[in-house]
Write a protein that binds this ligand. Structure first.
Ligand code: IVH
Length: 687
């Protein structure tokens, strides 16, 4: 190969990767794409072609090598049963009164009754049930055609695969419109998990939901607990559907009777004033709902009147969204400081010129880690877009370009701002290694322990935790339970009653759910969901502490890295002391232990390559995963078995080179049979 051409290719590959990363960020994180999907696809295709020419230039971080979370170039599109229109909307009370006046003029006062529902900030979805069976789920797309995302939608808990006709007959074709969203808790977990592996977090729950639904890996979707509320039954364009209901109220009751999740938050109003006060009630509760909403949707109840009013090309004339003020504002970064969390990670925090975002004054925003701040290139003095989602900490989403000189690039400190230890880089993070004695880490651990999903100790927030640590009253978690009301009363901001209340809350927390205790301990990699599975599997803290790495790895959702991290944490001598002391002070409520399924392939890593005949590669993968094996995408020293179909290429070569056992499809079935697994049954099972 000509050297010039190679160096041209190197440069172009580099450029393409940077461009694609930029557009991924615009699309998935900011939800503000700059180019059309097909233009994006062309960039990826060009990169693929160049990488095929220069396999030595393929890196694991190339966008072509990712499986999950990728833009959905590969999703099929289909026409909607009924066009998915948008909503007429505004935040202006006068505009809403005009909407109401138009309806009254057309229908008379008698005909107007409004249903009011939270406007969920997720993405709309069309669910099509044929003969009661879920046939497909389609995104909004351009409103006429959308992308088929059925596999991902099937991972939504509580969404029926079959509609129930127990109390309400189900028409042959049912097309339902609803919203897919991610609750705020789940959003926090998703971002925590992304940050843990050095990936950019999502700016808000909606982007996280959209990014999850529109990617090709249902396993990734399953790991992110999406939710759905159904809010409309569609009349197919061009007729053909039966509409068994007369009013929207009946529709909502019918959807619920069929087993679909319907938002319990709902109200009625008979005129514009009443509707406006309902809107204000929702606005006041906005921050207390477990999911993000961006307004209230007002819909006419009578379906016949809706038909009479019809739609514009953009929106139906019978519905109106009253919007809340946006949660995004631009402000200036006055300073960038760092704070140390419970894990020792040093987080850059932007101190902002105070700005009101959705009714809350924001003066600090999170910049996550060294790589995040470098990627966004945020410096002191910059103008930035800040976003706040529910009660989640505000984030700096991006820099807003303004003309003029900029400050110097931000540099992470060399020493811990809390204990002065020399900091260490760890992946995208900068970490204080002084885990046990760093005051900031101690404070962070107390706050996490007491947090809502931990032991849920009222009155033990950041301010109190800081005083307890700084005055030497608490250095380790178990000491919390030894605090006397008289000691608590000496803390700033405490008096006799508040001290007694905190003491009471602490004593009450000594009886807790195991999952809450496990979450509160802040075990690396253990968020609320994993804490719950571990609790169900091991029943007690003692049970978990006795588990081997292998036993941990056999738990659903726990991989080898996580298993080692959990085991390492539990057996670290100083942690073990703390755990002994906690076991002596805390009683966990009994929980029914779920025995693991038999997993004859636990600990085995298998790679499938080439074309198989009896099953698709995906089927083969999920089959061995059910048996406890890990199905890896590439061959490495840690691979135990390679199953090579016809046309197997580089993976087969690599396996031979590394001396790894290779079998063909027949050999694979024989391998399963040796383990006592009936392959006939299995292939039948997955077909
Ligand atoms: S009704 C044709 N109800 O808001 C009108 N929409 O900005 C059907 N949305 O695309 C929509 N919550 O994704 C309706 N309770 C709710 C909603 C809702 C959220 C979304 C929907 C729509 C967008 C319009």
């Amino acid at each position: 190969m000509n050297a010039d051409r190679t160096s041209d290719s190197v440069a172009r590959i580099d450029e393409l990767r940077r461009e694609i990363a930029h557009h991924d960020h615009r699309y998935h994180v900011l939800d503000a794409p700059e180019i059309a999907d097909d233009v994006y696809d062309e960039l990826v295709q060009e990169l693929r072609a160049l990488e095929a020419e220069h396999p030595d230039l393929v890196t694991p971080t190339s966008p072509t090598q990712r499986v999950g979370g990728v833009a959905s170039a590969g999703l099929e599109t289909v026409p909607h049963v009924a066009a998915m229109l948008s909503l007429d909307s505004s935040a202006d009370p006068v505009a809403f009164q005009q909407f109401d006046a138009r309806l009254r003029k057309a229908l008379g006062d008698e005909g107007v009754r409004y249903s009011l529902e939270p406007k969920l900030d997720g993405l709309s979805i069309e669910l099509v049930y044929e003969q009661g069976q879920l046939a497909r789920a389609v995104t909004r797309g351009d409103g006429r055609r959308g992308e088929v995302v059925t596999a991902n939608v099937r991972t939504i808990a509580g969404l029926p695969e079959r509609l129930s006709d127990a109390t309400e007959a189900v028409p042959a074709l049912v097309a339902v419109r609803g919203e897919v969203f991610l609750a705020l808790d789940a959003f926090d977990d998703v971002n925590e998990a992304l940050l843990a592996v050095g990936k950019a977090p999502f700016a808000n729950p909606r982007n996280a939901a959209a990014g999850t639904i529109r990617q090709l890996d249902p396993a990734l979707a399953a790991s992110r607990p999406l939710a759905l509320y159904a809010y409309d039954l569609l009349e197919p364009d061009g007729g053909g559907g039966e509409m068994p209901f007369q009013t929207h109220g009946e529709v909502l009751a019918g959807l619920a009777a069929w087993g679909l999740p319907v938002n319990p938050e709902h109200a009625w109003a008979s005129d514009a004033d009443e509707a406006w006060s309902v809107f204000e009630r929702f606005a006041a509760r906005r921050d207390t709902l477990p999911y993000e909403i961006d307004g209230v949707v007002v819909k006419l109840d009578a379906l016949a009147a809706r038909r009479a009013l019809g739609s514009t090309a953009h929106h139906p004339r019978w519905a109106y969204a009253i919007k809340f003020p946006p949660r995004k504002e631009v402000s200036q970064v006055l300073r960038i400081v760092t704070s140390v969390g419970r894990t020792g990670a040093v987080t850059p925090v932007a101190l902002l010129r105070p700005v009101s975002i959705g009714g809350v004054t924001v003066s600090r925003a999170n910049l996550h880690n060294r790589e995040d701040i470098e990627r966004k290139d945020i410096r002191e003095g910059d103008m930035v877009r800040v976003e706040r989602a529910g009660d989640v900490i505000p984030q700096v989403v991006e820099r807003v370009e303004v003309a003029g000189e900029r400050g110097a690039p931000f540099r992470m400190p060399d020493r811990c701002p809390s204990c002065d230890s020399v900091l260490e880089p760890r992946g995208p993070y900068t970490v204080c290694p002084n885990a046990f004695d760093c005051p900031a880490q101690r404070i962070g651990r107390l706050v996490h322990f007491a947090s809502r999903r931990g032991l849920d100790i009222d009155g033990l927030g950041e301010r109190t935790a800081r005083q307890l640590v700084e005055r030497g009253l608490v250095t380790q978690l178990p000491q919390l339970f030894e605090l006397e009301p008289a000691e608590l009363e000496t803390l700033d901001g405490f008096a006799e009653v508040s001290a007694r209340n905190l003491h009471h809350a602490l004593q009450r927390a000594r009886r807790t759910e195991l999952a809450q205790l496990l979450y509160g301990l802040g075990i690396p990699e253990v968020g609320a969901a994993v804490a719950q599975t571990l609790a169900q599997r091991f029943g007690t803290l003692a049970g978990l502490r006795a588990a081997s790495v292998e036993a941990l790895e056999a738990v659903d959702g726990v991989g080898p890295v996580m298993a080692r991290a959990i085991h390492g944490f539990l057996h670290e001598p100083r942690n073990a002391e703390v755990l002994d002391a906690l076991e002596a002070r805390i009683e966990t409520l009994p929980i029914e232990v779920v025995e693991p399924e038999a997993q004859p392939l636990a600990g085995v890593t298998i790679v499938f390559t080439g074309a198989l005949e009896r099953f698709t590669r995906d089927q083969a993968r999920s089959l061995v995963e059910r048996l406890g094996a890990k199905a890896a995408a590439s061959v490495s020293k840690r691979t135990h078995l390679v199953v090579a179909g016809s046309d197997a290429g580089s993976k087969l070569a690599k396996a031979t080179e590394l001396g790894i056992e290779v079998v063909d499809e027949e050999g694979f079935l024989a391998y399963l049979e040796d383990l006592g697994i009936d392959s006939g049954e299995l292939t039948g099972d997955v077909a």
